[in-house]
Design a protein around this ligand. Structure first.
Ligand SMILES: Nc1ncnc2c1ncn2[C@@H]1O[C@H](COP(=O)(O)OP(=O)(O)OP(=O)(O)O)[C@@H](O)[C@H]1O
Length: 210
């Protein structure tokens, strides 16, 4: 039986922050650039990054009007942008010191995978300059891949809820029962409406509604 998701204010903030990061990531991908975001608490971020540029501070969360544009520009600097699950900027233009090679890929992928292995509460969002695809890592594995095409706000919210709480509403909108998938799949969201669910044993392609 599927677990009921209780949406509290804190949960909602997390998924709003993920939504904003994904929106920025799609804009960066559309501009043909690469980048790396790490969503991590201030405590866990101690010692995992090395700033490559002088750091300017702000207390405004990334969900505040206008902040998305600022973060997008900071993400274009060499290195990663670190943001708390509440949306506060920790650092930008920073080298991630933890890395774990992802065969066939370079150092940005290694950093995205490596940092996400430190705790189940860390999510990294990589924009590949080479392919224009966005990859989301949790616990050392790719949990979602998506292209630069915008999705409707309703689908974006379900994607964010899947990433923040493993909510299966996204699968339901594609007519796929979460229970049928089993384990933790990699979701591939392409063209704004096609969902491919990949597990070790199967690959299901479906069209999203809503
Ligand atoms: N440890 C790291 N922390 C933060 N950013 C990094 C790190 N390593 C590499 N990068 C950034 O990634 C950029 C691209 O590096 P590289 O080509 O090796 O990555 P990649 O994994 O092949 O990704 P892409 O698909 O975007 O090319 C670097 O110029 C740098 O800005």
């Amino acid at each position: 039986m599927e677990k009921a998701i209780v949406v509290t204010d804190t949960n909602d903030v997390k998924s709003k922050v993920l939504t904003e990061v994904l929106k920025i990531a799609k804009r960066i991908a559309r501009s043909g650039k690469g980048g790396l975001f790490v969503i991590i608490s201030k405590d866990l971020s101690e010692g995992v990054y090395d700033p490559l540029f002088p750091q300017l501070c702000t207390d405004k969360p990334i969900t505040e009007p206008g902040m998305g544009t600022v973060i997008e520009k900071l993400a274009e600097l060499d290195g990663a942008v670190l943001i708390t699950p509440e949306g506060k900027l920790i650092a930008y233009g920073s080298r991630i010191v933890k890395s774990s090679t992802l065969p066939g890929h370079g150092t940005r992928h290694a950093a995205a995978k490596g940092i996400s292995q430190l705790s189940k509460d860390i999510t990294s969002v990589l924009i590949s300059e080479e392919t224009g695809w966005i990859k989301v890592f949790q616990e050392g594995r790719i949990i979602l891949e998506t292209d630069a095409v915008d999705v409707s706000p309703g689908i974006m919210r379900k994607v964010a809820m899947f990433l923040s709480h493993r909510d299966t509403a996204l699968l339901v909108s594609a007519g796929i029962a979460g229970a049928a998938v089993g384990g933790i799949p990699t979701l591939v969201l392409a063209g704004g409406m096609y969902l491919i669910v990949k597990t070790a044993f199967t690959s299901i392609t479906s069209t999203l509604k809503g």
